[in-house]
Design a protein around this ligand. Structure first.
Ligand code: ADP
Ligand code: ADP
Ligand code: ZN
Length: 223
């Protein structure tokens, strides 16, 4: 049996990682693993890890590697990941990348592709500040770039309750962009060195990026 596909989406806040990961779930039957979503659930549950993560997330910094790795390992034990995964927002530090390699190697797996969504930082402030999601199914929307077909009604599930993240303010995005450049952008060369890096222009519209990404993922899963 071929090992399940492991994809990484790299890119600053607002690059479109979550949007495209959900599309890849539908198009390829892969499972999105978002450490941001896992951490937000931990915060909401009031667990010890969540309590430690909360203030760091609100300030736009990176949560400690130990906490993030524990949460991710836990999620990777669940049976649905056998369909193949899209890591969204992980790894974000050298240590996370090294631990991921070790974790995958232990079950005979490896990173098949790390796809860097290349964007202009300035545009990310507007993308993040205008972001909101469906409170029922989590579908992502944008005040300007991706509105539901019927105002106030989720295209996917018909839900009418929407929410915005506390950290999606222009000020916090600037902190998050700094953290991205200082700690996460260096991973682009790490994956380049391993021969699995793909760079795509992610300033186009959502449908165009879906096409490009789909081509890459089809190539990787056929190997
Ligand atoms: P990330 O997960 O990388 O932080 P998201 O996928 O949540 O980014 O996208 C951020 C916001 O920008 C969302 O409101 C989303 O609807 C919107 N968006 C995503 N991709 C694009 C795009 N290519 N062009 C314009 N807006 C986009
Ligand atoms: P975005 O996709 O907009 O960049 P995420 O949902 O991925 O946002 O992350 C939100 C916040 O959660 C980050 O600003 C950070 O505080 C924390 N976080 C998420 N993933 C990680 C990670 N792999 N390592 C450290 N902190 C993380
Ligand atoms: Zn919905």
């Amino acid at each position: 049996m071929t090992p399940p596909t492991v994809l990484i989406l790299l890119g600053p806040p607002g690059a479109g990682k979550g949007t495209q990961a959900r599309i890849l779930e539908e198009d390829f039957g892969l499972v999105q693993l978002s450490t941001g979503d896992l951490l937000r659930s931990a915060v909401a549950s009031g667990s010890a890890a969540g309590q430690q993560a909360r203030a760091v997330m609100e300030a736009g910094g990176l949560v400690g590697d130990e906490i993030v790795l524990a949460i991710l390992k836990d999620r990777m034990q669940q049976p649905d990941v056998a369909r193949g995964i899209i890591l969204d927002g992980f790894p974000r530090t050298d240590r996370q990348a090294a631990d991921l390699d070790a974790l995958l190697a232990a079950s005979g797996q490896r990173v098949d592709a790390a796809i860097s969504l290349e964007v202009d930082d300035e545009a990310m402030v507007g993308r993040v500040a205008g972001r909101y999601t469906c409170g029922s199914c989590g579908e992502g929307y944008h005040d300007t770039f991706k509105q539901p077909a019927a105002a106030g009604v989720c295209d996917k599930c018909g839900g009418t309750g929407f929410k915005r993240r506390a950290d999606d303010t222009a000020e916090t995005v600037r902190e998050r962009l700094k953290a991205y450049h200082a700690q996460t952008a260096p991973l682009i060369s790490y994956y380049e060195g391993k021969g699995v890096l793909q760079r795509i222009d992610a300033m186009g519209d959502i449908a165009a990026i879906r096409q490009t990404l789909g081509g890459i993922v089809a190539g990787v899963s056929a190997q």
